[in-house]
Structures are given as structure tokens and as C-alpha cells.
Design a protein. Structure first.
Length: 501
């Protein structure tokens, strides 16, 4: 990667056309002028890079992974549209007719309302994709903002893909600058950082210039919110809807000429970095140096979730399912279950006795007990009062969870999981995974499983004959002249409910 003298500030890390890191998608007048960090704000540097991305510059792998992210997010959003949280939100809003599809409904509404409701639906099952750099769920806030905007302006598929990749890269690289302190402090990065991703993506889809894009990012800094203490409730998916709506609003305001402080909104002593993180807990140069080298959507990539529960539980779930698939274990024969995941992930998943179906999504104890009892885990396991079922309740006191140490996993592995089942006859079954299947692009979920997941999710809302045409349209999204071709397929294929119940 081409580098300049450290005194050149944000110029450090600019990728040239000849760079091995990839195509020339970073060039900009200010980035090449050798301006120092205190002269060029982080929002300005990001705005230039977002505005510079073009479809012709995207690596083929970025396009491939973007299509995977779109397919997965459309599927989980459709399935989530039937849940109470987005339906309650829709009732609370003064929704009026407009150009944007409300997923799962046979109607179109105002773009900001669609972003809000669709964003909530996209995350309510906790089945949407993740990303290691970001520390959260990258696609839900970005795509939930982009679909309504594309409907409103009639954007084409190529521009949609570019905007998605740009928003994904922006939020992920901000995550690189602030994590994992931001994550462990208690912020919900999907919401706090996803607001920036949504704003960047919408700015790019509207073809805003670098200055306007940086203003959109500066406005997003004032809109960012979301705390982990609300995990296990409807507030968590609401965070995502809020970030999608606010990102779209920020970009629209910037287009209108609204003002903000892109030169200092991150760096000011009362700006985003010091207020949300704290002095000495972030490094924006890491983000600039790593921009598009490679694109985050390519590496570490999109983590596709196999289970509709908190991703932090997935390594241990993979290990548990490995055990029960090779040996059928009667729950009555279990004396003790021990499980280990990373301490940071255990902090919000150590819930010995979940109090609701949403809380159960964050209970490592529950998902392990459920996986042992049923030898599988799926959407239905977090509906109604499944968490109260007697076989699972009987197992919960025997499930013991703890953070792993360096004797179990390397110090830099934050994504491992280990399970040990001790049976009453004294025999022991163990399994461990370095990371959950699908956690990175180097360890992908097989293509057929991706399609099966989409089919299962989409079929909860769509007529059977509508599922395949939608998946096919996403597979060729770059050929769509108008993204409303896709959203019309979704709308006409939905089982109409009229107004939300």
C-alpha cells in the first residue's frame, strides 16, 4: 500500500491506481494535498473516500459478497416483519402513503417511515449478518436506509451496490478506529456506527459530493445512539430502525444544504470520539490507513448467521451441535454442561434464567440447553414461551458458562467457543471451534445453506411462487435499471395484510 510521511496525516494510506490493495477508489483533491489530521477532519476524510467509490472500481468479490448481504438481509427482514416490534412501531408512527415499500406489507409509505420500520424488522430476529471489524450487524442499518431511498429516487442496481459497499466500508472502518473499547463500553455499534454507514450509503446513492457527504456524516454523529443495557428487549431492534432512519435523514439534510461541523465533529473535545469512547481509546489513522485495503465486505467479510440469536453465542452453539449430531444424548443423563466463550461476549450473554423470548436470544445457557434437547435451533425456539418449556428449564441449572483463557484459545482470538458435557455415567463429550461457521469470508457458509435460509425466511411472508424470482433478481441486481423492479416483486409476492395489526 502506498504510504507517505506520517506528517502528511490522512494522506497516509491513500491507495493509488497501481496499489496492490486494489482499484483507485480513494483519490480526492484534499486527500492528496497532504493535510494533517488537525486540518482535515475525520468526517471530511471519510466523505472524500465515500464519494470517490465507483462501480467500475469494485472488485468482483465485493460485488459477490454484496449480493449475499442483500439476499440475506431481504430474507431476515421479511421474516422479521411479522414480529410484534415492527408492527407496534408502525402503529405508533403517523404513517402516510409514499414511494417506499414496507417489507411484508402490500403498500408503500414515506421513505423515512419505511427505513424505521424495515430497519426494526431486519434486526428483530437477531438473524441478520455480522462483521468482525464493525463489532455488530453491518447490513441491516445500511440496506434498511437504501431500499426506501432507492424506491424514492428510482435508483438502479449498480448504484445501489456501490452505495451499499460504501456504507459498509465507512461504518466498518469507523469501527476499526473505535473498537473494541466502543463495544465494551456498552454502546451498540450496530446502531451507533450503523448510523454513519446508513448516512454514507444514502449520500453515495444520491451522488452527493465529498463536502456534502462529510456533512451527512457530521449530522449522523449527532444522531448516533443505542446502548446494550436494552439488549433482550424490543429496544434492540428499534436501535437499528432508528439508525437507518437517521442515516437517511442525515443524507437528505446534507443534500438540502443543512450545516454541521465535519472538520471537527469527531475530533473536538466534545465530539464523537471523546464523548462516545474517551481520550486515548481510539485511533482514526487505523481507519484511514485500512480504507479499502481490502474492502471490509470482502475481508474479513460478512458473517452470515445460522441461528436467530445473538452472534456471541454461535461459537458455543456450533460446538454443542457438533456434539449432539455425533451422539444422541438424553438430557436426563447430563450431569453438567460447561461452555466457554470470549469474556467480552459473555458479558451480555450470561443469562442463566431468561425472562422472555427476546431475552432468550441473549442467553448462552438457554441456547445450549435448547440445542441439546432438540439437536437443532431455529426461529420457533424464540417465539411465545418456548424458553419456559420443562425439558429446557430442567437443564438450565446444569449449564455453567465462563470466559475462556489463553490455555484454550489464542489471546487474539475473540470468536472461539468450547463446550464440555459431563454425563452421569462419568463419560465426557467435548467440542471446540476457533470461530463460528460463516464468521468470515475465509470460513463461509455453503451457498446452498444461504439459499435455504433465504427461502425459509422469505416463505413466512411471500407466496411460494414469489420466492425464487426475488432471489434471482438479487443475483443479477447490477442489471436492474430500477430497484423498484425488485421491491415490486417483493410487494406483489407478499401475502397482503393491508394495515399492520
Amino acid at each position: 500500500m502506498a504510504r507517505s510521511d506520517p506528517q502528511d496525516g490522512y494522506q497516509d494510506g491513500v491507495v493509488s491506481a497501481a496499489s496492490p490493495a486494489g482499484p483507485r477508489i480513494l483519490s480526492s483533491k484534499r486527500a492528496s494535498a497532504g493535510m494533517r489530521p488537525d486540518a482535515q477532519g475525520f468526517a471530511v476524510a471519510l466523505g472524500e473516500r465515500v464519494a470517490a467509490i465507483r462501480f467500475v472500481d469494485l472488485p468482483s468479490e465485493a460485488i459477490r459478497w454484496a449480493k449475499i448481504g442483500i439476499l440475506d438481509t431481504v430474507g431476515v427482514t421479511l421474516a422479521g416483519s411479522r414480529e410484534e416490534a415492527p408492527r407496534m412501531l408502525a402503529r405508533a408512527l403517523d404513517i402516510a402513503p409514499g414511494p417506499a415499500l414496507m417489507f411484508g406489507e402490500a403498500r408503500r409509505v414515506r421513505a423515512l417511515d419505511a427505513a424505521y420500520v424495515n430497519g426494526t424488522a431486519s434486526h428483530v430476529l437477531d438473524f441478520d449478518d455480522c462483521n468482525n471489524t464493525f463489532g455488530g450487524h453491518p447490513s441491516a442499518p445500511v440496506l434498511s436506509a437504501l431500499f426506501p431511498l432507492a424506491d424514492a429516487i428510482g435508483a438502479g442496481g449498480r448504484d445501489f451496490l456501490v452505495a451499499y459497499v460504501a456504507g459498509f466500508e465507512a461504518e466498518a472502518k469507523i469501527g476499526l478506529a473505535v473498537n473494541f473499547h466502543h463495544y465494551t463500553k456498552g454502546w451498540h455499534p450496530t446502531a451507533t456506527l450503523g448510523t454513519f454507514g446508513a448516512a454514507a450509503a444514502c449520500a453515495r446513492l444520491m451522488n452527493l459530493d465529498a463536502d456534502a457527504t462529510s456533512v451527512a456524516l457530521a449530522l449522523a454523529a449527532s444522531f448516533a445512539s443505542g446502548i446494550k443495557s436494552n439488549f433482550g428487549t424490543m429496544a434492540k431492534p428499534l436501535h437499528v430502525g432508528h439508525s437507518a432512519r437517521n442515516g437517511l435523514l442525515a443524507a437528505r439534510l446534507a443534500r438540502e444544504g443543512f450545516t454541521a461541523n465535519p472538520d471537527s465533529v469527531f475530533e473536538h473535545e466534545q465530539g464523537f470520539l471523546d464523548v462516545f469512547n474517551g481520550p486515548g481509546t481510539y485511533d482514526v489513522r487505523r481507519a484511514i490507513d485500512a480504507w479499502a485495503a481490502p474492502l471490509d465486505i470482502v475481508k474479513p467479510g460478512i458473517a452470515i448467521k445460522q441461528y436467530p440469536c445473538c452472534g456471541s453465542t454461535h461459537p458455543a452453539l456450533d460446538a454443542m451441535l457438533d456434539i449432539v449430531q455425533r451422539r444422541r444424548i438424553d438430557p436426563d443423563d447430563v450431569a453438567r454442561i460447561d461452555a466457554w466463550i470470549h469474556a467480552r461476549r459473555l458479558q451480555h450473554t450470561n443469562r442463566p434464567q431468561p425472562g422472555s423470548n427476546l431475552d432468550a436470544k441473549f442467553s448462552l445457557q438457554y441456547v445450549l440447553a435448547r440445542a441439546l434437547v432438540d439437536r437443532r435451533i431455529g426461529v420457533a425456539d424464540f417465539e411465545g414461551e418456548r424458553y419456559r418449556e420443562a425439558p429446557v428449564q430442567a437443564l438450565l441449572p446444569r449449564v455453567h458458562v465462563a470466559p475462556y483463557d489463553t490455555t484454550q484459545f489464542a489471546a487474539d482470538n475473540h470468536f472461539g467457543g468450547e463446550v464440555r458435557i459431563t454425563l452421569r455415567d462419568g463419560s465426557v463429550e467435548t467440542a471446540r471451534v476457533e470461530q463460528a461457521l460463516g464468521r468470515t469470508s475465509d470460513n463461509p457458509v455453503p451457498a446452498q445453506r444461504l439459499r435455504d435460509k433465504f427461502d425459509q425466511c422469505a416463505s413466512t411472508v411471500l407466496r411460494e411462487d414469489a420466492v425464487a424470482p426475488i432471489a434471482d433478481a438479487i443475483a443479477h441486481v447490477e442489471s436492474l435499471d430500477d430497484m423498484r423492479t425488485l421491491t415490486n416483486l417483493i410487494m406483489t409476492g407478499s401475502v397482503a395484510r393491508g394495515q399492520p395489526n
